[in-house]
Design a protein around this ligand. Sequence first.
Ligand SMILES: [Zn+2]
Length: 262
Amino acid sequence: MEDITTDAFVLRTVAYGESDRVVIMLSDQYGKLAGMAKGARRSKRRFAGGALEPFQRLRVRFGRRAHSSMVFLHDARVEQSYNVVGNVDLAGFAWASYLSELTDLMTPERDPCPELFDLYEQAVAAVARGEEAARVGHHFMLVLLDQGGWKPDFSMCGICAEGIVEASRPVLDPRGSGVVCSRHEAERLGLGPDDPSFKPSRRVIETRLLDYVGHASRGVPDSSVTTDPELVATATAMLDRLVELHLPRQPRSRALRDSLMG
Ligand SMILES: [Zn+2]
């Protein structure tokens, strides 16, 4: 068995048997890993200081066999703890949990992604500092999509490739490419694009929302991009929809986050 040491964040853990735990981690050098932590629910020494709790940068040591998808965690110690649970409001915690679940759902195992690891740490640190979690989350979600090969394009129509302007009345592309002109949807419904009875089944994305998500794909949008809480909330709904198109199931942590958004 090969012995490896790396840094990692715990994304989730599952109790296993009498005293073991299966730990799903995002590591900096090996991507997402599933690790068996034997006796983790008894041993306070090998996993000291709550080392299998989320939102902490850990130094983990594990053994790996060539053909097993599961690694064997020897020990873990906390290198840097981000106080997402104690320092911030429940909404910040709920957002951080949601981003962790999305990372788990959208990241394949053993596919090294050091940039994602760094970004995850930055996102957790920002939420722990009390930054507005939704904005941090929007940037993170767009990078996750990009990492998965699903980078949305908000600048042009996913069908006719024309540049999106206000008159395109863009709607979200149900195939996940980004946006499409609403006239394709009118055609699908057998209507002319200017038919007054045309009601897009998806919400028309206004220019300032496109602008906002464009910013969010490059970095966390600050107050110079918008100070409008309603716009930020609409961006959450839109990006939720977008990631959902690529998920095997609805994220469980979304309900808590939504119940706190009021
Ligand atoms: Zn088009």
